[in-house]
Write a protein that binds this ligand. Structure first.
Ligand code: UDP
Length: 285
């Protein structure tokens, strides 16, 4: 079951329910996209019809963040609670280790996906990591489909020559988006975690899910950085008080500009669902 929030699909699931849905997707085999939706993206989707469409074409959309849970309540269509990218990823990795599902970690700075994989394997000895690849490859727009690997690293954190994942260590080459798609396809994972930041990761998955052929692809934002120990998560008391956003802001002050969207989102939700005649936007869909 799902609701319509400001024109976007949000599934009425808790963490356990989301894991079960993913298990069904893995069993079904054809490509599925999972989105953990936060207020920033939902707000942006109001101005970007293509993004709204992409969200509505996903197979599972969870409420990532207290803002979405609050908005669903104001709209009169509550959801059970938050299902964040990192919580869903950790629960799925645990399940993957038990079920023998193969996972692939794509994204973050060179070395981070490998370190995250190493730590996950240490925690879950049976876990099969089908591959890892950093997230600073050449975008498809810059490399025609026929174009093979190559080029220089542009804006790669940790140095221009740094290339991690399945690429040869020390190589000057940076893979293209097409190489990465091929690499994922060839690795045949059951679950693909994509950490490129939202909505870049959602667009990447939507663009390539058919050619990659992975049963479940899911965008997980900065989760690899947290799992690899590069970025600390907000303390548990802050998470429980729905103040994780504040914890992030204190640790990464550069995020303040992005957070300006939160009061706008609040206003939009309030205007649509409290001051309008009932559930205006949802009524349209
Ligand atoms: N990232 C990446 N390639 C890019 C841009 C970002 O791999 O071209 C990674 C970045 O290193 C970080 C993650 O994507 O690990 C984004 O994390 P953030 O917390 O900003 O994601 P959000 O929570 O905004 O989705």
């Amino acid at each position: 079951m799902h609701i319509n929030l400001l024109g976007a699909r949000v599934d009425v699931v808790d963490l356990a329910g989301a894991v079960e849905k993913v298990a069904d997707f893995v069993a079904a085999g054809r490509p599925h996209q999972v989105i953990t939706l936060n207020p920033e993206i939902l707000y942006r989707a109001q101005q970007e019809p293509g993004l709204l469409d992409l969200i509505n074409r996903a197979d599972l959309v969870t409420a990532d963040g207290a803002g979405i849970v609050w908005a669903a309540r104001v709209a009169g269509t509550p959801v059970p609670g938050r299902v964040t990218g990192i919580d869903l990823m950790l629960a799925l990795v645990e399940r993957a280790a038990r079920e023998g599902w193969r996972i692939f970690l794509l994204g973050a700075a060179p070395g981070v996906a490998e370190e995250a994989a190493r730590r996950l394997r240490a925690k879950h000895p049976g876990l099969v990591v089908a591959g890892t690849q950093h997230g600073y490859f050449k975008p498809a727009e810059e490399v025609p489909a026929e174009g093979a690997a190559g080029g220089t690293a542009v804006g790669v954190p940790g140095g221009s020559a740094a290339v991690g994942g399945a690429c040869a260590a020390g190589s000057e080459k940076v893979p293209s988006e097409w190489d990465v798609v091929e690499q994922v396809r060839a690795a045949k994972p059951d679950l693909l975690f994509v950490a490129l930041g939202a909505p870049k990761q959602e667009k990447f998955i939507a663009r390539h899910r058919q050619s990659m052929g992975v049963p479940v692809s899911i965008g997980v934002g900065g989760s690899f950085d947290v799992i690899a120990g590069r970025v600390a998560r907000a303390p548990l008391w802050m998470q429980r008080l729905n103040l994780e956003w504040l914890g992030r802001l204190l640790r990464e002050p550069r995020r303040w500009r992005r957070m300006l969207v939160l009061p706008r989102f609040t206003w939009l939700v309030w205007r649509n669902y409290r001051w309008g005649k009932g559930n205006r936007v949802a009524g349209k869909g």
